[in-house]
Design a protein around this ligand. Structure first.
Ligand code: SF4
Length: 319
């Protein structure tokens, strides 16, 4: 019996970004340099598959420095950490490596610069996300006001036209939603200071553009990623709004609800910045096992970004 035909539109770029590549390589190189176990504060990137693969090589994931023995090296995750964390590591004489993505570090430097100029600082981001906690933790308690929506921007009670106010953003937000919040801020405070170039990173922006490009042509979109991955969740929202209401997150092929594919002839596939390509391949293989698949790649741009490793871990690999 012939199988049903299915077109897969594969969004490009998708999956790992330069910050995630770097963070994973930092853990691998630290394991090579120091030997197991190497401790990692928080999930190095938000993906269970990546975390378990590193655990199998000898990484131990903990939530706080208190869980790290004095003799062991510790790595800080790609999302960045509040200033108190490296300070505490130094106080305890721990060997640590900071895997904070350089694009998150750039936001940390921006908030410090605004603070040194005496500005009130507004951070657009999602409460509770580790990147937001890391950015807020660059400055003394209360120096940064977190907002998420245009309504919250309009309700701000700082006096004046914004000459003494600045905003920064989380790197992994929806580009369109953030534009709405920034517009509301600029309406309220015409002279507010902001970044010269977006804080939303290139990888988040490109993955959102790529999913938009397929959304109008797909009956269903599968976003490979984790529920705690901000940029993956934003891809689902962006895809829904860009014309594919049936867009959903899957962590693995085993999450696919096959009943949804019965009436579908075109499926879009993409992946968040912390989802490895092997999981995208797993999803495609699962589709190929059930359908007569025609695969089309839809690229909106080519990425060529690479971040340097910390000096201590650079150089040729041991293994
Ligand atoms: Fe860096 Fe962007 Fe990747 Fe986050 S998503 S690690 S900010 S490049």
């Amino acid at each position: 019996m012939s199988r049903k035909e299915l077109t897969i539109l594969l969004a490009e770029p998708r999956g790992f970004c330069a910050g995630v590549d770097r963070a994973i390589e930092i853990v691998e190189r630290a394991l090579e340099k120091y030997g197991a176990p190497v401790y990692v504060r928080h999930e190095i990137v938000h993906n269970r598959y990546v975390v378990e693969a590193l655990e199998n090589k000898g990484a131990v994931f903990v939530e706080e420095l208190d869980d790290v023995p004095l003799s062991a090296p510790v790595i800080f995750s790609a999302h960045g950490v509040p200033k108190r964390v490296p300070q505490e590591a130094e106080r305890r004489n721990l060997t640590y490596v900071d895997a904070t993505c350089p694009l998150v570090s750039k936001v940390h430097r921006e908030v410090e610069r605004h603070y040194s100029k005496g500005r009130k600082i507004i951070l657009i981001g999602h409460a509770g996300h580790p990147e937001v906690e890391g950015s807020i933790g660059q400055l003394p308690h209360g120096a940064i006001r977190l907002i998420e929506t245009p309504e919250e921007a309009r309700a701000l009670d700082f006096p004046g036209e914004g000459e003494n106010i600045a905003y920064v953003t989380q790197t992994t937000l929806s580009v369109d939603d953030t534009t709405d919040v920034i517009d509301a801020l600029r309406d309220r405070y015409p002279r507010i200071h902001g970044p010269k170039q977006e804080d939303i990173c290139y990888a988040t922006t490109n993955r959102q553009q790529a999913v938009k490009a397929i959304a109008g042509h797909a009956d269903l979109i599968l976003v490979v990623g984790a529920p705690n991955s901000s940029n993956s969740m934003r891809l689902v929202e962006v895809a829904r709004r860009a014309g594919c209401p049936q867009s959903m997150l899957v962590q693995r092929a085993s999450d696919i609800d096959w009943s949804l594919l019965e009436q579908v002839s075109t499926v879009g596939v993409t992946a968040g910045a912390s989802a490895p390509e092997i999981l995208v391949e797993e999803v495609i293989d699962a589709l190929k096992a059930r359908f007569d698949v025609h695969l089309e790649s839809r690229r909106v741009t080519t990425e060529n970004v690479h971040f340097k490793l910390p000096r201590d871990l650079a150089g040729p690999r041991v293994a």
